[in-house]
Design a protein around this ligand. Structure first.
Ligand code: CP
Ligand code: NVA
Length: 301
């Protein structure tokens, strides 16, 4: 059976740790100027229904550095935009390429792609999850903290990135505290699944409680793609969830601050924090490339 990466929970703890190790190896090779053609003559179809900087460029560069090829396919430029079904699209692309990566608005669309594809389907973000982001983030945490004996604090919106991180915390086994305004909690099924998996997840409305004794503080935009029209309303509701120097000072003295980017500077995170000494956001962004390579190698070869 073909393996997909649609949810981070499609991977076991061992597989996640293997992908991180492989990312480290590929990162080290690249630093030493060694680029091997691990995916020579392989192609990746990349379908985007929503904009992207990091996901697009890291996947495309990952394919080219491994001797393969990536095709950028905007949803509306495909016949999908004119009503061809997701199922037919998946069946046709499977005849050409070695894997399909897709960024979609509704998670049901990536599930549908996976149902009909004969090649691995990779979730490049949906409204429910962002598993590729989480693998790069775990690589970053391992590099900065030496492992996963950590307390992880999420502050802000209980969104797609938060959902995937909650699942990862349960699978990998680290403590996670999520501070969100009332009504903006992470997905209930995700939280239940994390609990079933034995996760140690706390949901609170108090950012101070979440960051207390935290090794990692993570935030993301208050209005994700698709929620732009709620921006003004959310700016008011989320105000006390801003990751600023005062909040960072309440965590451990060596806390790292993470953000998947793009950031809305001055909203969920201040300039002072993004550009400050605790921030690892650009290392985190770079790690998308190394993690993407490992994901592609695991799924394609
Ligand atoms: N973090 C992330 O997925 O960034 P892009 O939206 O730029 O791909
Ligand atoms: N939560 C954000 C992540 C962007 C990478 C969004 O969905 O827009």
């Amino acid at each position: 059976m073909v393996r997909h990466l649609i949810s981070i929970s499609d991977l076991s703890r061992e597989e996640i740790l293997e992908i991180i190790s492989l990312s480290e190896k590929l990162k080290d090779e690249r630093k030493r100027g060694i680029l091997k053609e691990y995916l020579k003559n392989k192609s990746l179809a990349m379908i985007f229904e929503l904009p992207s900087t990091r996901t697009r460029v890291s996947f495309e560069t990952a394919m080219s550095e491994m001797g393969g090829h990536a095709l950028y396919l905007s949803w509306n430029d495909l016949q999908l935009g004119r009503g061809e079904t997701i199922g037919d699209t998946a069946k046709v692309l499977s005849r050409y390429v070695s894997a399909i990566m897709a960024r979609v608005r509704e998670h049901s669309k990536i599930i549908e792609l996976g149902k009909h594809s004969q090649v691995p389907v990779i979730n490049g973000l949906s409204n429910l999850e962002h598993p590729c982001q989480i693998l790069a983030d775990l690589l970053t945490i391992k590099e900065k903290k030496g492992g996963f004996d950590i307390k992880f604090a999420w502050v802000g919106d209980g969104n797609n990135v938060c959902n995937s991180m909650i699942l990862a915390s349960a699978i990998v086994g680290f403590e996670m505290s999520v501070a969100v305004p009332k009504g903006y909690e992470p997905n209930e099924d995700v939280v239940n699944k994390a609990v079933e998996l034995g996760g140690n997840v706390e949901i609170t409305n108090d950012p101070l409680k979440a960051v207390d004794d935290a090794d990692v503080i993570y935030t993301d935009v208050w209005a994700s793609m698709g929620h732009e029209s709620e921006r003004e309303k959310r700016l008011k509701i989320f105000r006390k969830y801003q990751v600023n120097s005062d909040l960072v000072d309440k965590a451990k003295s060596d806390v790292i601050v993470m953000h998947c980017l793009p950031a809305h500077r001055g909203e969920e995170i201040t300039d002072e924090v993004v550009d400050g000494s605790h921030s690892v956001v650009f290392d985190q962004a770079e790690n998308r490339l190394h993690a993407q390579k490992a994901i592609l190698l695991r799924l394609i070869s």
